[in-house]
Design a protein around this ligand. Sequence first.
Ligand code: M6R
Length: 613
Amino acid sequence: MCGIIGVTGEADAIPLLLEGLHRLEYRGYDSAGVAMVVEDQVWRARAATARTSVATLAELTAGAPRGHAAAIGHTRWATHGSPTEENAHPHVDCTGRLALIHNGIIENHAELRAEIEANGHTVTSGTDTEVMAHLIEEQLSGGATLPDAVRAVLRRLRGSFSIAVISADEPDTIVAACRITPLVLGLEDGMTLLASDIPALIGHTRRVYTLADDQLAVLTPGALSVMTLEGEPVEPEQRTITWDLEAAQKEGFEDFMSKEMHQQPTAVGDTLLDRRAVGGELILDEMRLTPDDLRGIDKVFIVACGSSYHAALVAKYAIEHWVKVPVEVDIASEFRYRDPVLNERTLCVGVSQSGETLDTAEAVREAARLGAKVLVVSNVVDSSMARAADGVLYTRAGPEIGVASTKCHLAQIVALEVLGLYLAQILRTQPAARVNEILNAMERLPSLVTETLARADDVDDVASKLTDARDFFFLGRHVGFPVALEGALKLKELAYLRAEGYPAGELKHGPIALIEPGAVVVGIATRNPLWEKMLSNVAEVRSRGATVVLVADDGDEESAAVADHVLRVPPTSPLLAPVVGVVPLQQLAYRLARLHGHDPDRPRNLAKTVTVE
Ligand code: M6R
């Protein structure tokens, strides 16, 4: 995820761009750059100094020429190509007269790159973005106008994009377009703007337009025209923004947690995007660890804390099933204080949204000291854990601001399962066709999560009946167990209610003594190999007076028959089901927090990144 901004009709655009980039930093900040047309040329500045990229850019642009025409800016969250200056946007074509910024992922970039290199273009970055600049250059050299050239190129792209393009030959024009990733346009007297989101435009205009998928906009000073990629004119829908800055950053949601829960389909989709070669096999070339590095692995250790630990527990079931190697999952704060048995044939995976959690960072450091190969699954690009590891696999959830992890948790499960399939491919423990089949099912997860999110009213309804409850037990078996742990953690940290996550089969060995009328049992009853046994455990608590809430697949009437309340989810295969099944539990915790008067974005006693032991 990156942030983009552009303006035409403002002769001193640099302060506006820098302010906008600063507001867009939550979308990533591993590099930042601007480009503008000035005196018949494109002037460009870029900085790649991680957290300080926008500040460094401010220094670089202090002496920039004024009196410019169209101007664009970008703040990057790296996907393709490391976070270096040469990979920073804007990218230019071979003539240097055209500059382009992009948010998204171009899935067919490799074949397009081969094509333009064969045509004699020099590609200077490792990004998936730069190919677009050269393809547009080819169209322009054939006589096309800038809008026509961009339209022709966009029709060839697979993947997601919001882009903005400027050219020294059409100095006042910005051509912008989007597919899947968002783009808003703004209009003010004599000035036209674009940005990835509304907060970047606040203070400059309140008149905004949202560009729909596969629409292209031509921005000139104080004017805007929109068309489809086929060139059909479109009347964009106008909105007047009355929000202040903080409300705008939440994009109309009541809080960041709601916004981030709604971003989950995108987080899952982006984490899966562009992981497959044309032949269907998995390629994880950003990971740094090569297939040869992984071929000798005979054991996997996963270390993590909190929600990241729960994602790791889900992955244990998947990796052991697909790869047939033992997987140990450890709470990071415990790991290095025992005598873990690891060696050079062990793959130690540290899972951390922030990539800065001290317990996890120290655990992977200890694993490296013991000779293990260390892979980090991080959401923050270039985090200290990502830098120190032998390899890194990024979840592409975009920055998570709510203290309670939601979209990153889902993205972690998906990333770890992709890793499992990759190991299965390398170690040949699953046939290629089976790996493909599972990946196809994973690609359907974003729409299943969307469907589940849309049922929030049903969850709210159940939550409203549980406002007097004080004791919650979350039970699950198989992969339902980590989902239960995550549901309980969410309820504790957001609603401050006592909640135990337990493997349902273990209840009879002690905790069942706590079950009495008034207790609420939330059971994960989505279909998995232990579903029937799970229902027997549910019967045990029901007969002792507990109120039973079950997360159950659509159409599963047997589960519904033994529950007081049912939270329905669309079914998927058992090892993928946690990605969908945890969503109503997030919503339940969220709603109970609200009903008890707590702010879900600022839970008491907690911090987003925990850098103490
Ligand atoms: O940044 P990390 O993934 O390493 O953070 C780990 C935990 O601190 C984090 O998951 C925490 O448990 C969240 N508040 C859970 O919602």
